[in-house]
Design a protein around this ligand. Structure first.
Ligand SMILES: Cc1cc2nc3c(=O)[nH]c(=O)nc-3n(C[C@H](O)[C@H](O)[C@H](O)COP(=O)(O)O)c2cc1C
Length: 177
C-alpha cells in the first residue's frame, strides 16, 4: 500500500463465552483487526456499546436477535474521525447473518463519500452473509472492496494460519491502493 494512504481499522468484537471457543479474553475479530493493523500500519479503533453485552453466550444471542429484529441502533462509546482516513477496514462478527447493530450505529455517524471501505468478518459457518452489500448501502458514496471471512476458531486458536489468510487477501485487494 502506498504510504500516502491513511488507514483505519475499525472493529466490533466481544469477549466472554462464545460459540466453539469457550471463554475468551480477546475477541476473534479483535485478533484479526490487530493482524490487519500490523500489516497495513493502520490505526485501530474498537466500537464498544455503552451497555455491554452479557458474557453468557445464549443471553447475548437472544439480545442480538431482538436488536436485529427491531433494527436497533445501540448507543456506542467514543468515536474516531473516519473522515481523516482514506481506507477504512470495518470488522465484525457475523451475528444472525448480519453485522451487530452497533456497527450500523457507528457507520451512520459518519460521512463515507470517497472512502474505500474494506470489510472483514469472523463467523462459524455463515461467512460474510451478504454484509458487503449492506456496507455498500450503509456507507453511502464509498467504494466497498472484496471482504474477508475467517472462522472465529481459526482466529482464536490458529493465529499463524489466520495471519497467512489475511496477508494473502490484503495482497489481492490492496494492489495499487
Ligand atoms: C449473538 C451471536 C450471533 C451469532 N450468529 C452467527 C451466525 O448467524 N452465523 C455464524 O456463522 N456465526 C454466528 N455467531 C458466531 C460468531 O460470528 C463468531 O463466534 C465470531 O467469531 C465472534 O467474533 P468476536 O469474538 O469478535 O465477537 C454468532 C455469535 C453471537 C455471539
Amino acid at each position: 500500500m502506498k504510504n500516502s494512504k491513511k488507514v483505519l481499522v475499525v472493529f466490533f468484537s466481544r469477549t466472554g463465552e462464545n460459540y466453539a471457543v469457550g471463554n475468551i479474553e480477546k475477541g476473534n475479530t479483535h485478533i484479526i483487526a490487530e493482524i490487519i493493523a500490523k500489516e497495513t500500519g493502520g490505526k485501530l479503533f474498537r466500537i464498544e456499546t455503552v451497555k455491554p453485552y452479557p458474557d453468557e453466550y445464549k443471553a447475548c444471542v437472544e439480545i442480538a436477535k431482538a436488536e436485529k429484529e427491531n433494527n436497533a441502533r445501540p448507543e456506542v462509546k467514543d468515536d474516531v474521525k473516519v473522515e481523516d482516513y482514506d481506507v477504512i477496514f470495518i470488522g465484525y462478527p457475523n451475528w444472525w447473518g448480519d453485522m451487530p447493530m452497533a456497527v450500523y450505529t457507528f457507520i451512520e455517524k459518519h460521512n463515507w463519500t470517497g472512502k474505500t471501505v474494506v470489510p472483514f468478518c469472523t463467523h462459524e459457518g455463515s461467512g460474510l452473509s451478504g454484509t458487503e452489500r449492506k456496507l455498500k448501502d450503509a456507507c453511502k458514496g464509498a467504494t466497498v472492496s472484496e471482504g474477508l471471512a475467517i472462522k472465529g476458531t481459526i482466529a482464536q486458536n490458529s493465529q499463524a494460519q489466520a495471519r497467512q489468510s489475511v496477508k494473502k487477501w490484503l495482497e489481492s485487494i490492496l494492489q495499487g491502493k
